[in-house]
Design a protein around this ligand. Structure first.
Ligand code: ZN
Ligand code: ZN
Length: 432
């Protein structure tokens, strides 16, 4: 295997490749606007995957579609050399778009519960697909300038944290080559044209716990013959807030959010059960394990205190690991990108408590057999610079509509062009 920690002088090569390639600006803008207007829910990305596969084929890649449903894998084998994996996620969210852009989504889909819901690319995955298709096209045009294997992954179901894991469990790195390095990027509420990197921890681990409190229902006038699951669940929800404030160090923060709470049908009926979901964020698997244990202990103790007839049911799902970059790769990616981006555009930034299942492709130890895959993942900006307040420095700004909001609307230009340049520079840094 080539030594991927040894810097090479590819910066000028990336500039040359970008200068001489046809950047096809209008084509990519049309693709982006079309994807933006047709967002598909996690696991239902048929149209998006088809469009991405068609672009990769047009660029000359061997393309496999239908990898665990809607996944896409493209390969460009270009002689001896490292395998460099580039990934874009493809799914949208069940949000009614209110961005006001002319190509705003009016699309709907049927969700897993059978309800028709409005859909929106509120996390920018349409931008990820477009920028990656454009970067791959540039690399394919310039295949005389590098050697190795380009492996392009169109990933379904990032928003449910299932897609990366499902692709790996279906044999992504055995049916296709195992990459020597993996690269990915996410658009966010940063000024258009900048990229934020972190040398190690970039994003937190996350998980969702489904909790059911089992009480004993009865008439609302006679609570003493019941075990009230609503009161018990309410105590549990309140006490769960003490995990972040009283059980963990401020130097290793966790976030505890109860995002749903459902119980009961009528004011004078005490129901049998109450259910709620807990979303946790932590900066390592070990901290996450401690937080999950704390939820189990607190919810279990509240149920016992209330004399529930059986212990609560608690199941853990959607638990991507923390995104921890390889610092040597990040240094190389930043140097390569600085050579093709304006001065000051490539910055280091503090980690976020958001999370990403891109981290699964790194095969973190304890979760996957085999050697981990070193990776670099970064954010790039898509927002008009004048939206940022005076004194804005480096992080996400609360004054700009962020990911997962109805007003999230990255500019198509210069964001696509910047995403293409950032990805081409990073990929060429590792291709021979
Ligand atoms: Zn998202
Ligand atoms: Zn996202």
């Amino acid at each position: 295997m080539p030594d991927l920690t040894e810097p090479t002088s590819t910066a000028s090569r990336a500039a040359r490749v970008l200068d001489r390639s046809d950047d096809r600006t209008e084509h990519w803008r049309d693709l982006y606007r079309d994807l933006h207007a047709h967002p598909e829910l996690s696991g239902q990305e048929h149209r998006t995957a088809g469009a991405f596969a068609a672009e990769l084929r047009a660029s000359g890649l061997e393309v496999t579609e239908g990898v665990v449903g809607t996944g896409v894998v493209g390969l460009l084998r270009n002689g001896e050399g490292p395998v460099v994996m580039l990934r874009a996620d493809m799914d949208g969210l069940p949000i009614l778009e209110k961005s006001g852009v002319p190509y705003q989504s009016r699309y709907t889909q049927v969700n897993a519960a059978g309800e028709t819901v409005p859909t929106m690319h509120a996390c920018g995955h349409d931008m990820h697909v477009t920028a990656l298709a454009a970067a791959v096209d540039t690399l394919a045009q310039a295949r005389d300038a590098w050697h190795g294997t380009l492996m392009v992954v169109g990933q379904p179901a990032e928003e449910t944290a299932e897609g990366a894991r499902d692709m790996l469990e279906a044999g992504l790195f055995t049916a296709f080559p195992k990459p020597d390095v993996a690269l990915g990027q996410h658009v966010g509420p940063l000024p258009a044209g900048v990229a934020n990197h972190a040398r190690e921890l970039l994003m937190a681990a996350a998980c969702t716990l489904d909790v059911t409190i089992h009480g004993r229902g009865g008439h609302g006038s006679m609570p003493y013959v019941t075990v009230d699951p609503i009161l018990t669940a309410a105590y549990a929800v309140t006490r769960l807030q003490s995990i972040a404030s009283r059980e963990v160090s401020a130097e290793d923060p966790v976030v505890v959010t109860v995002g749903t709470f459902h119980a009961g049908t009528k004011s004078n009926i005490i129901p049998d059960t109450a259910t709620f979901t807990v979303n946790l964020r932590a900066r390592s698997d070990a901290s996450m394990d401690r937080a999950i244990d704390a939820v189990r202990r607190i919810v279990g103790a509240e149920a016992q205190a209330a004399r529930c007839p059986e212990p609560p049911t608690i199941t853990v799902r959607e638990n991507p690991p923390a995104t921890v970059n390889d610092p040597a790769l990040v240094d190389r990616v930043m140097a390569a990108q600085r050579a093709v981006m304006p001065e000051g555009a490539i910055r280091l930034a503090p980690p976020l408590m958001g999370s990403e299942d891109f981290s699964e492709f790194g095969l973190p130890k304890g979760r996957y057999p085999g050697e981990p895959v070193p990776y670099a993942f970064w954010f790039w900006g898509g927002m008009a610079p004048e939206l940022f307040p005076a004194g804005y420095a480096v992080g996400f700004s609360a004054s700009v509509p962020g990911n997962h909001t109805a007003a999230f609307a990255p500019l198509d230009e210069p964001t696509i062009a910047a995403g293409r340049r950032l990805m081409v520079a990073a990929a060429l840094e590792f291709l021979g």
